[in-house]
Design a protein around this ligand. Sequence first.
Ligand SMILES: Nc1nc2c(c(=O)[nH]1)N[C@H]1C(S)=C(S)[C@@H](COP(=O)(O)OP(=O)(O)OC[C@H]3O[C@@H](n4cnc5c(=O)[nH]c(N)nc54)[C@H](O)[C@@H]3O)O[C@H]1N2
Ligand SMILES: Nc1nc2c(c(=O)[nH]1)N[C@H]1C(S)=C(S)[C@@H](COP(=O)(O)OP(=O)(O)OC[C@H]3O[C@@H](n4cnc5c(=O)[nH]c(N)nc54)[C@H](O)[C@@H]3O)O[C@H]1N2
Ligand SMILES: [Mo]
Length: 749
Amino acid sequence: MGYDKIVTSTAWSPGPGCHGGCGVKLYVQDDKVVHVEGDEQHPFSNGRACPRLLAMTQYMYHPDRITYPLKRVGERGEGNFERITWDEALDIIEEKLSGIKEEYGPESVLFCQGTGRDIGGPISFLAYSYGSPNWVQLGLGGHSCYTPRLGAMMATHGDYAVMDAAQFSEQRYDDPEYQVPKVIIIWGQNPMPGCPDGFFGHWVVDCMKRGSKLIVIDPRWTWFSSRAEQFLQIRPGTDGALALGFINVIIDEELYDKEFVENWTEGFEELRQRAAEYPPERVAEITWIPKEDIIAAARLYAGAKPAAIHWGVPIDMNPEGSTVAQAISHLWCLTGNLEVPGGNIIARPSHGVTTYPFSTQEMHELYGEDFVKRMNEKRIGAKEYAMVRNFRGWAQPDVTVQQMLSGKPYPIKACWIQTSNILGGQAVDVKLHHEALKKMDFVVVADLFHNPTSMAVADIILPVASFAEKESFRSWWAPLQVISPAVKVGECRSDWEINLELAKRFNPELKRRYETVKDLINDRMKIAGTTYEQLQKDGGWVMPARNSSTRPYRRHEKGLLRPDGKPGFRTPSGKVEFSSRSYGEWGLDPLPYFSEPPASEVRTPEQFEKYPLIMVTGRRSSVYFHSEHRMIPWLRECDPDPVVEIHPSVANPLGVENGEWVYIENDQGRIRRKAVVTPIVHPKVISVPHGWWLPEQSGKEPNLFGIWDINCNVLTPTGTQSKSGYGGGAYKTTLVKIVKIRERQERNG
Ligand SMILES: Nc1nc2c(c(=O)[nH]1)N[C@H]1C(S)=C(S)[C@@H](COP(=O)(O)OP(=O)(O)OC[C@H]3O[C@@H](n4cnc5c(=O)[nH]c(N)nc54)[C@H](O)[C@@H]3O)O[C@H]1N2
Ligand SMILES: Nc1nc2c(c(=O)[nH]1)N[C@H]1C(S)=C(S)[C@@H](COP(=O)(O)OP(=O)(O)OC[C@H]3O[C@@H](n4cnc5c(=O)[nH]c(N)nc54)[C@H](O)[C@@H]3O)O[C@H]1N2
Ligand SMILES: [Mo]
């Protein structure tokens, strides 16, 4: 293979899509990336690369890639766009958004993103520079991705925590301070395809090779469950009861860490009383997990030191997601596994550098407390939900879609959509979101490809640079690292570049502060005592220093966590709060509890009679990131069809064979899927991957790349959020039935 140079960089989206920060080597010839490999020097991924990264050349140079700005001509949905210049595009956007601001106020514009990639920073920066508090993952019911878990951890111990896979150390597993977890609970996550939330899935395998035993909690067999000491095949949406059952056993059998509980926590007695309501017999009934297995798993976890819990998005998507996450975080506190090597360690953005603001503190630091407070007054959902008002900076998605439709209490006029495919994967109840988006006067989409959302509603489309074409930075969680451009493609620009340019137009004061994106990056990196150029020279990344507030361990003992420098945690009481003062203040139950899914055999028996299967959507595929990559030949070949996994005991009586297309139905609608008949799913559960649209089909209305036929979110409801406003989107607990297609056609003549 010939090449002129190798550029080392960090693979963050666009490209592979994910939340990871893998080290990558980009081979460049004649100003084109011709080959991509993992960087073995990089401490995050140690040279490994996923299929999406390996297919980068097909992604960057795909014939469908949008490489210059576009303006819609003709009616929305006709699919006709014409090329315009960047200046024209930005002028139109400035004029339209300024007009809306003047007539209706800046809050009438939504700034919509998808999941947390290299977008949270630039989009919140643009929204706040324009003056809109309505930064939102539009369509993500209950804001059910990570935010509920983040809020629950914040309420419990004042910071976020992750499983310790030595990811904060240059030497990784060989660091003498590090210990491998003796037991890892994998709770509603599939680490290898998923690599969620700044966590690299292979780290679990690395730990297994070093002796870690697994407990896996999932309704479906995975690679990990088949290698687990204990596999708990749970009823979807009942994790809260299981966590409380574990707490019950751990307290009852005195398996908790008495010293930690005594010295560093409050509310233990209240928790003990609450957990007493969840004896193993009751929990077994709720969760479908045999009582003996619940007790054995609790003993295995609590008896091992250190032990860690690694969790996934089904926790957020549980009914009352923010209380389920609270119960699970209590487990690592009760057992003294917080901030110890091999336990669950506190994760702060490396060196205190904010790329993507994860917390209220970071919002305050960036924009000032007064400004954030003022923004909260108009933020959608803040009035209804104290937690939405007091934690982070999002608008509440289920309330937002209703407001788009009703115009009450104030109208929503425009959407800025950047890094999200609302109709192709993010939104529950796609029909409702389609209707709401069509009501907008003006929609901008900043993306690399067309998708069902851009086809249906975009007025202006801005072409975005992939990670291989841009300057950026990353601190989620460690190391602090830079993204270095290798090439340019067409007229594509990075999200930071686009948003800084527009932000300056709306807030001229920024012109003085940041001439270029690098100035902004260097401003944010000041706290780390380095610059973009310096970090590039130093190899592209740096780990936080030992004994600093952003590197484990036992920071609570050293006074490294609290703003006042005293020992303890960053909670109102300075302790781990089993009974949360913040939850109490927000009008929520300060203690965890279990509630039934919004629709279930127990809660809505009449529904269940009609729709006797629990549809769990969204299990991740290694070759796709949500709705992305369906047009990439190497990737599509590996996972060609939208499928539904059905247990043989369900398929056989219906006469459904492996490979046959079937209908999935409920009162909200009907879609088609190709059946995979397999015993890996629970007999009462079907598993349906999400994010499906067909780039090979027509994108025009009404087809929109086939979404009405195959997108499973035609069937998932909105309005199932928790009492906190966060969590509980019914992505994993929607009731449906399977119908054989041939039979229906015969029946209907
Ligand atoms: N049924 C079901 N639905 C789900 C889920 C589920 O489990 N089940 N999961 C939900 C979850 S957890 C999430 S987070 C959402 C995610 O939903 P989204 O984040 O909206 O999903 P994507 O399909 O990745 O859409 C991203 C779009 O942005 C573009 N893009 C990618 N990277 C960049 C970038 O850096 N810059 C710009 N400008 N564009 C970029 C892509 O081309 C794509 O069109 O989906 C949710 N939807
Ligand atoms: N390749 C790839 N990686 C991704 C993504 C992607 O689209 N593609 N998406 C990214 C995003 S935004 C997110 S949020 C993460 C999500 O990634 P994960 O957190 O792993 O989410 P899922 O794949 O939806 O579900 C994980 C496992 O939980 C099980 N499960 C489903 N319902 C329940 C339940 O009620 N309880 C329990 N205990 N288990 C349940 C599923 O069967 C599945 O095996 O992945 C990120 N990484
Ligand atoms: Mo997510």
